[in-house]
Design a protein around this ligand. Sequence first.
Ligand SMILES: O=S(=O)(O)CCCN1CCN(CCO[C@@H]2O[C@H](CO)[C@@H](O)[C@H](O)[C@H]2O)CC1
Length: 489
Amino acid sequence: SLLSLGCFCSEFPPDFKFGVSTASYQVEGAWNESGKGENIWDHLSHFRNDLIFDRSTGDVACDSYHKTKEDVALLKSLGVDYYRFSLSWSRILPSGFANNINDDGIRYYNELIDELLANGIEPFVTLYHWDLPQPLQEIGGWPNPLLADIFAEYATIAFKSFGAKVKHWQTFNEPLQVCHEGYGIANKAPAYTSDGVAPYMCSTTLLRAHGKTYRIYQDKYKSTQNGLVGITLDSSWFEAQTQKDSDSAKRVLRMGLGWFANPIFSESGDYPQVMKEVISKASAEEGFSKSRLPSFTAEEIEMIRGSADFLGLNHYTTRLVTDGAAKGISRPSYYFDIGAEARVDEAWESSAASWLKVVPWGLRKLLNFIKEEYGNPDVVIAENGYAGEYEEFTQDCRRIHYHNKYLEQVLLAITEDKCNVKAYTAWSFLDNFEWLRGYSERFGLIHIDFENPNRTRTPKHSSKVFTNIIKTRKIDWDFAASGFDKCEF
Ligand SMILES: O=S(=O)(O)CCCN1CCN(CCO[C@@H]2O[C@H](CO)[C@@H](O)[C@H](O)[C@H]2O)CC1
């Protein structure tokens, strides 16, 4: 434990916050209730249901739309400081456009926010967690530059409707997943396969949308609402397999996390230099008349540079990197552009999610990379969690072990390395719809019975340990303090 590492810093700082997180499409259900419009995950789960592992949908999910009081009571009993959730754009603006506001959407989120505040829990709101209104996809989706202004109008309605009560905003959740997996490799809605081309158009629109939104908040709402606006980026840690792979590992980080972090958090702004160079070169080799990576104007670079008050970080796992794109990889493609291979160490502990290996030390490395690369910005760990299967329902020991070990790395990064980490959010509050994996992979501290129309909530052991950590502000290594016997696994 920490003591063995000679670190007597076993307590989290007094102002460090703890929370749990969900996302609208993954928990709300009520997919077509009270005026809500169709979004790209409704569309994919209905018309491309073959892409979903267990042929499920988010039509009902955890039915959270109908369970505000019950869920906030559970959050209260968890003892969290804040609850990170996302707004369903299509519940508020059914067509995506700001000319038609669905009052029920405003009502639903006001009730949730009011209930949270009445229970002393801060709302931590994500404007976009992957659920684009379908009509906007039908005009091209994020590769369409016009979506930058359309998103900014949606964000403005959210600031007007909830900004008196919501003081922590994130514009986007995981833009890399939105663009690369959504438009490049069909691993997320809208499941396009325009690899190496559409994802870069998507990122350019999305970064413009983010920058515009941040500036609107600063110009029109900051003085009266005084909230913070950030963005949540996902990144694994990428460790060089050998010394000769270290340049490659850096490049993977700069073309992954840096793809979105560099334009916002770096001194110079704009896409990372290495990203512009490799894509320009590859595009010329492929016969394109110009680079597949669109460029920002000087004004856009300035608008986007510095456009966040904190960096939200979603981190789950680590990869080992070797130089050179995988043999036979097709091009144009993002992975070809990156020019490196990422693999796991077979010795790493697994989880119910094939991609999620338990590698706690990667988080401390990533937090230090962010500190060095972007000048030690305020970081909120917006997601970190472990995927289990049904049988872990009672003794979810592996989840407790995962959170303890990752929290240990957060503590070391703060106390030993002086990284500005301000909060830690467990993914997830509830078992929920895990995208193309349906309900087969469970991340919740609270178990959901998806076979029961009531979607019964049952706290797992991990929820009791998490509550204990929040209360004592120490990692609960032997869980004994949580009132139940030690987990063995
Ligand atoms: O580094 S590599 O490229 O070699 C392997 C990458 C593995 N990714 C990491 C990010 N993850 C998205 C996480 O996605 C987040 O995490 C939760 C659990 O999945 C989701 O339910 C949330 O909605 C989402 O915000 C998808 C898998």
